[in-house]
Write a protein that binds this ligand. Sequence first.
Ligand SMILES: [Mg+2]
Length: 258
Amino acid sequence: MNIRAMVQRTQEVFVLVYLTLFSKATGFKPYPKPSLPQVEGAAFCLSWRLAVEADNVRAWRTVPTQCLGYIETYMIGGQYDRDVDFLVGQILSYVNGIALSGDGMDAWILDVDDTCISNVFYYKSKRYGCDPYDPSGFKAWAMTGGCPAIPGMLGLFSKLVSSGFKVFMVTGRDEETLGQVTTENLHNQGFVGYERLILRTAAYKGQGAVAYKSSIRKQLAAEGYKIWGNVGDQWSDLQGDFVGNRTFKLPNPMYFVP
Ligand SMILES: [Mg+2]
């Protein structure tokens, strides 16, 4: 090694030692990672939402408070609608491959709340699920009959009816108190031509959704219906018995129905 190379090497070592001491003393990092607390918060909420949608988190009562803004943006900022439309595309490609029996017994099951009609305006007042479930508040909202159609799902509904499927609307809403207003709400939002709207009667009061909806589907199967598909925003719409040939879970990060 000649003199010139030795000098250069010594300079490099000094620079390294200087940088090490300097960064230790001041916290200075030559290549600092940007600090993005908003992104980190959104990253947590995305993990939470994915776990909830995949049914890996169950029986959760409220949305984590720090995710209020994230869930609001998700629900009304466009991504929820894109996710629903994407799923409707998947459902339609399945529907288009079905060869109907033509005996009038080809059936589909659709849940009602946050599957066909939306409660997002009500849940805005409940901080998108950061507040706990409020049965009387929800009932008062449902009584207004003002739930808007979820556009993609109204399109799917119309396609199912015009294709010759018998569509059964199955909801945990109480028949005695909400039967009339739910019928009117579905009608004024364009859900016309379904086979039957099935609401919760006194016989099912207090039952969990899985047991109640399984029992309804069992009766339909006993009547001879072939359930080709079943769409709901809750896993409890899609679990249990006679769930159908295919099930499709719509997004809902605002509440959990056991
Ligand atoms: Mg629902």
